[in-house]
Ligand binder design. Structure first.
Ligand code: AMP
Length: 512
């Protein structure tokens, strides 16, 4: 396929992200040498006594650099004691806790490949990923899900992350931090439009490049403290939030879930907050949003931040939210600037090391956003055809439509695919349709994201009954059983028929 690419001037964009007086790293440093575990270990030995991870709720315990070095080394040795070798997968399905993070970092230091899964995933979702990756061991903090894995996987070794650390068995010390930049480090499952999840494989090199780009662009310093209430099974919380914190030698206050009052109570000793638009919506409703103005940086991403909400934060509460853009496959690729204008409704311009282009733009300049750079994953696990379909001469097709405005500011114009983003989570209609369409009372079903001020989009089911009315109570029950909560329709609408084109395809727009 030949693409007509409109290339952005990347050198110009990169220079606008680098403070000329004190660049924290050169662009070449994003790609050559080193891995995150190396960088982290160096940080911990340079600063052994400073707190690095602090619990923002519950027990309020903390880990210092030295604790992290010791405990993650112990976790790596214990994993090795269970027979895990470098390159093998470790499935990690946990809520945010210090022990769970130690297990995850320990796996990376051992050279194992971490596969994060939402701890609320349904049984079939968890089974799908587990079968696709074949984990050597799984770290899972919920008893029910440990049971599921034991029943659904042959020879499964499934542990609570606490058990990994509390074990009294002697394990020989594992070799630490020996992975090279080209070695696989992380597999993040994302769905295609077909609804079949695909594992995007990141190497140690791509993860390091992603962290260093943010360090450079956002002036991330050792004295920064991040309020981290994002889930860690997604790249936003894991790669940008946690890995970024550790690579900068800074600290983070971690929260098991997002409770606006808890996050705001911790603003005093913090400098940054990363959130999704739904979080900003809830902060706006808290009556305390002005407290965020004490932070040096508030970042939003994973879904479009409504320009009106941006303006409210700016005008009413003195907070200039910095919006950025990224994907599981690419990590963060575009960002508004730290210094200079942060434009509402725009995601800024390419981050250091990232090139961007608009493919096959229409007369309004809108086309598919293509990106390339060192933070991209190397492909999808076991899916050569899907990988080939997304890459063209090193350019990755994001599936998002975008245009480039004045001064290189990029605006995301919607999705080429029918992906629904609700509260920062992706929902693929085909996946939900496949689950609910199985119910005998359903003739046809279409899942659409309807605009919602609170959620960005709200998952809505349009259902045609089979031989009479569809059984909505049974469908809601089925959704609760089979789907993670954010994927479940918030509303069911019974319709007589679905609009279709001559080819038989459902015309989703006609349902809006
Ligand atoms: P994920 O792989 O879960 O990170 O989802 C990636 C998708 O989220 C992108 O392809 C976009 O559609 C969307 N996305 C991420 N950040 C933004 C943003 N700032 N504005 C609009 N859409 C975004």
């Amino acid at each position: 396929m030949v693409l007509d690419l409109f290339l952005m001037d990347s050198e110009r964009a990169w220079s606008r992200h680098r403070p000329p007086e004190a660049p924290t790293c050169a662009l070449e440093d994003l790609t050559i040498g080193g891995t995150l575990p190396h960088v982290w270990s160096r940080r911990w030995s340079d600063e052994p006594n400073g707190p690095v991870l602090l619990e923002g709720d519950g027990a309020r315990s903390a880990l210092r650099g030295d604790d992290l070095a010791q405990l993650t080394g112990l976790a790596a040795s214990r994993l090795a004691g269970y027979g895990v070798t470098p390159g093998e997968r470790v499935l990690w399905s946990c809520g945010t806790s210090l022990d769970a993070i130690v297990g995850l970092i320990g796996a990376l230091r051992l050279g194992a490949v971490v596969v994060p899964v939402n701890p609320s995933a349904s049984r079939s979702e968890l089974r799908y990923v587990a079968r696709d990756v074949g984990p050597a061991i799984s770290l899972v903090d919920r008893a029910e899900r440990r049971d599921w894995l034991c029943e659904d996987l042959e020879d499964a070794v499934v542990l609570h992350p606490d058990a990994l650390l509390r074990s009294t068995s002697d394990s020989a010390a594992a070799a630490l931090d020996t992975a090279t930049p080209a070695d696989d480090a992380l597999i993040v499952y994302t769905s295609g439009t077909t609804g079949e999840p695909k594992g995007a494989v990141h190497t140690h090199g791509s993860l390091l490049a992603g962290s260093l780009a943010l360090q450079t662009a956002w002036g991330w310093r050792p004295d920064d403290r991040l309020l981290l209430a994002l889930p860690l099974f997604h790249v936003h919380g894991l790669c940008a939030g946690l890995f970024g914190t550790l690579a900068a030698g800074s600290s983070a206050v971690i929260f098991e879930r997002f409770v606006p009052a808890q996050v705001l109570d911790a603003v005093g000793e913090s400098t940054m907050f990363f959130g999704v638009p739904t979080m900003y919506h809830r902060l706006a409703e808290s009556g305390r949003a002005a407290e965020l103005s004490a932070l040096r940086l508030c970042v939003s991403g994973s879904a479009p931040l409504p320009a009106d909400l941006w303006r409210r934060f700016h005008a009413d509460w003195g907070v200039s939210v910095l919006e950025r853009y990224g994907m599981s496959e690419t990590l963060l690729t575009l960002s508004n600037p730290l210094d200079g204008e942060r434009r509402p409704g725009s995601v800024g311009f390419p981050l250091p090391g990232v090139e961007a282009a608009i493919a096959d733009a229409d007369e309004a300049g809108v086309g598919e956003l293509m990106v390339r750079g060192p933070s991209l994953c190397r492909g999808y696990r076991n899916r050569t055809a899907a990988s080939e379909a997304m890459w063209h001469d090193g350019w990755f097709g994001t599936g998002d439509l975008a245009s480039v405005g004045d001064d290189d500011y990029v605006s995301i114009r919607g999705r080429r695919t029918e992906l629904i983003i609700t509260g920062g989570h992706n929902v693929y209609p085909a996946e939900v349709e496949a689950v609910l369409g199985r119910h005998p009372s359903v003739g046809e079903i279409a899942i659409i994201g309807l605009p919602s001020a609170e959620w960005g989009e709200s998952v809505t089911a349009f259902v045609v009954g089979r031989d009479g009315e569809p059984d909505i109570d049974a469908l809601a029950h089925l959704a609760a059983q089979e789907l993670t909560s954010y994927k479940r329709p918030r509303e069911f609408r019974v319709v007589d028929s679905l609009p279709r084109n001559a080819m038989g395809k459902v015309q989703r727009r006609d349902l809006l």
